[in-house]
Design a protein. Structure first.
Length: 98
């Protein structure tokens, strides 16, 4: 989920520049940092704190909707997918082997 979200966040950079008329440097730094954070957190999910960091990242991505309004929608979608992934992961880990 976080890797796909990183791709979407990177794709939002040109939208922020061309449609929302955001400064290109600022859009690149913020979007790039969020995408890089998503990739790093995805690689660190073996640690418990990374799940909290991933949840914080979801809030930050939703907040980018103040610049690119469609990110409100996409952020909520990815947030729901993130929550569902955690829920399914816990169910699988708690399942008894046959």
């Amino acid at each position: 989920m976080l890797t796909l979200q990183a791709v979407v966040t990177l794709l939002a950079i040109p939208v922020a520049i061309s449609v929302a008329h955001t400064d290109a440097t600022r859009a690149g730094i913020v979007g790039g940092a969020l995408a890089l954070a998503g990739l790093l957190i995805a690689g660190l999910l073996r640690y418990r704190w990374a799940y909290v960091a991933g949840s914080v990242l979801q809030i930050l991505v939703i907040a980018t909707g103040f610049v690119v309004p469609v990110m409100f929608f996409l952020g909520v979608i990815f947030g729901a997918l993130w929550a569902a992934s955690i829920w399914v992961g816990r169910r699988v880990e708690g399942a008894q082997p046959r």
